[in-house]
Design a protein around this ligand. Structure first.
Ligand code: AOF
Ligand code: ZN
Length: 343
């Protein structure tokens, strides 16, 4: 594997989860066998990786090679085309790991027309890196992860409804890592009213938090809810006009929206990845409509016995077959990652 491309992929991975609705991209500039510049795309609207790398050069990049994780863009979006910057800088060769699926982009052709050689360099991590972006762009909805914790006998809560302390500390830390990597965190009205959750990321003192998204239905908000202490304004969908009194403290969408409409609005609000933490009626809806990409289950070594609380509440309108992607042991818990489709 190529070291420079690995470095570019590592930089892109560092910024994964913070570039919504853009893909994470890394770039390294090499001249005479020396790295003379590097950079990453850090935020939508900000410099693309190629321009960040070019700006970092302390010597002329004329005649240099650039290693970039994604095909350079050739369109005017929030920023001007990277192909222009590459051409102006006199870059000789462009090594890229992945073709951009954005149909506005045809960077390779533009570069070739200007006599710049473009060379594909495969990288094992890059398919995973761009899977969320491809799903977002193709469906105009966030990449969706459903997450649940359950006992070994498949119950998400005791028969009295208590769902605290199902999974262990390491699993809970892992959930905070998931929160860090998603733009939005969605829960339903039951979870909001029963748990009064904070919906923050608690990995360190200086965390990146997902925007809370609440499917409130006909329920009413309360002044003392912890979501109002969240660093981001929550996004709330409700049919109950009484909630209008909270319109300064939350972004409220009034009406009866279906899931597809909700997801589309979230994407327009720059939420390109969504972690759905439940409860089970919410998970049931997402599973029934096959609106998810990953399903992550933490299994604790506990037997709850009879309880009506489980991941799916009803008849899953036809059997739902999933693809097992990854298995991990988190102390005594097991983390299972499933995918809806092989891609
Ligand atoms: C690159 N380098 O670092 C990124 C690219 O609205 P804009 O101007 O930010 O353009 C966003 C599109 O550009 C995005 O949909 C994707 O196709 C591409 N992202 N391209 O050459 C980068 N982030
Ligand atoms: Zn670009």
């Amino acid at each position: 594997m190529n070291t420079y491309m690995n470095m570019a992929v590592n930089m892109a991975n560092m910024a994964a989860g913070q570039t919504a609705v853009n893909p994470p991209v890394g770039a390294v500039i090499v001249k005479d066998g020396r790295v003379i510049g590097y950079g990453a795309h850090l935020k939508s609207g900000d410099l693309h990786a190629e321009r960040a790398a070019l700006n970092s050069c302390r010597e002329s990049p004329a005649g240099a090679d650039i290693y970039v994780t994604l095909e350079p863009c050739s369109h005017h979006g929030k920023t001007p085309p990277c192909t222009e910057a590459i051409i102006e800088a006199g870059i000789k060769r462009v090594y890229y790991a992945y073709r951009d699926t954005n149909d506005k982009v045809d960077g390779l052709k533009v570069l070739n027309n200007h006599g710049i050689e473009t060379i594909h360099l495969g990288n094992t991590d890059v398919d995973e890196l761009y899977r969320p972006f491809n799903i977002q762009l193709a469906n105009k909805r966030p990449f969706i992860t459903l997450k649940s914790a359950m006992s070994l006998d498949g119950k998400i809560a005791h028969r009295n409804g208590d769902s605290h302390w199902v999974s262990n500390d390491e699993s809970r830390r892992d959930v905070h890592n998931l929160r860090h990597h998603h733009d939005g965190l969605l829960i339903g009205s039951h979870t909001l009213l029963n748990d009064n959750p904070h919906l923050t990321t608690r990995l360190s003192e200086n965390d990146k938090h997902p925007v809370p998204v609440i499917l409130l239905g006909s329920q009413t908000l309360r002044e003392d809810m912890n979501i109002f202490k969240h660093p981001h304004k929550p996004i709330i969908y409700t049919s109950n006009e009484e909630n209008v009194q909270f319109k300064d403290r939350a972004k409220i969408f009034f009406g009866n929206y279906n899931l597809t409409e909700i997801l589309h609005i979230l994407y327009e609000e720059n939420i390109a990845s969504l972690l759905v933490e439940g409860g089970s009626s919410i998970h049931t809806q997402f599973l029934n409509e096959k609106l998810f990409d990953d399903l992550i289950i933490y299994i604790a070594p506990k037997i709850f016995g009879y309880s009506e609380y489980q991941l799916h509440q009803g008849d899953p309108s036809g059997q739902l077959d999933l693809i097992l992607h990854h298995v991990e042991k988190l102390e005594s818990d097991i983390k299972l990652t499933y995918r809806r489709t092989p891609a």
